[in-house]
Design a protein around this ligand. Sequence first.
Ligand code: UDP
Length: 380
Amino acid sequence: MKILFLDQSGKPGGAELCLIDIAKPYRDSCLVGLFVDGAFRQLLEQNQIPVEVLATEAIKVRKESSFTQSLSSVTALLPLIAKVVQKARQYDLIYANTQKALVVGALASFLSRRPLVYHLHDILSTDHFSPTNLKVAVTLANRFASLVIANSKASQAAFLEAGGRSDIIDVVYNGFDPQVYQIDRTNVSQLKTQLELEGKFVVGHFSRLSPWKGQHILIEALTHCQKNVTAIFVGDALFGEQDYVRQLHKQVTELVLEDRVKFLGFRSDIPQLMGVCDLVAHTSTAPEPFGRVIVEAMLCGKPIVAAQSGGAIELIEPGINGFLVPPGKPDLLAEVINTCYDRPEYTIAIAKSACEIATQRFHQTNIDRQIADLLSRTFT
Ligand code: UDP
């Protein structure tokens, strides 16, 4: 099957990392069309996935854009749509991986008479989107997509709640290659020394810096923990959240936590960095559509605590393969950190069982098969 994947981003967020894995089995006959150049293009190239930047100018619609802002950007989209239509004629189907890709993909699907798949990586609710963008996404998906792949039951439920058609949507979780998360102990201990984390109880937070990802909740939680509990924050402000970054640094200074908090920026060595952690914390204050980091921690054999909302609830069964805490509650998060600190054997046993379950449940081979089945069921 020849697939034209579309993604609006030049930066490798969760949806983009997922797309790399989905596109791999189709690399001999697919193209990933991007709307902006950036590190994501390089990652695709490193994975031998054909990629082309299709847009000549940036698209200015943001998740919170109003109707008039969205409309005015449509004219800027016209050259891009024309290009996608021309490309699409060489492929069997268009696979939109993001919301702007859905807008472009829907029109291109209509004009090129190629079917459309929409991979929904978002919770379509007003927590994350303006009412206009929500309506646009659901209307276009209902009208033009033959198949919507939701990355969790939570994303599926929000789509249906927003008026999405139930006959076109299926859930497929993100897939992972467990080999990638096998950690080399020597590397980990070198990294621990390099980061000056020896003798510390390390809580890792792996996410772009953004208010709803809740890095501030973990910083606050540290004030309720033992002095040698240290947090590392891995990730950058991918979408211009510089005010939040300043706020986080100010919070660290005000709470006198300079010795217990490290910001490492965006990193590509996630498994090794998880290796230095005693616990991984996921603190989103709004429902997380899936939460790749949760599964990655499990595959690295690390205990995970996550905010009890959205996709996280589907991934974690508390006390069996991780811990859940209500979102936005630093004191309750601290209680879990303290339990893990005080009861390492109990926590390690949970992490071990999480690793076994996740290896089966999210194995890339199983997920590839689910996607291939859905595509062949829908299009043959
Ligand atoms: N990630 C990364 N480098 C970083 C921070 C995060 O590669 O510095 C990865 C992380 O391992 C995960 C993805 O980015 O695979 C984030 O996905 P998630 O579903 O957790 O959140 P999203 O970015 O989609 O909101």
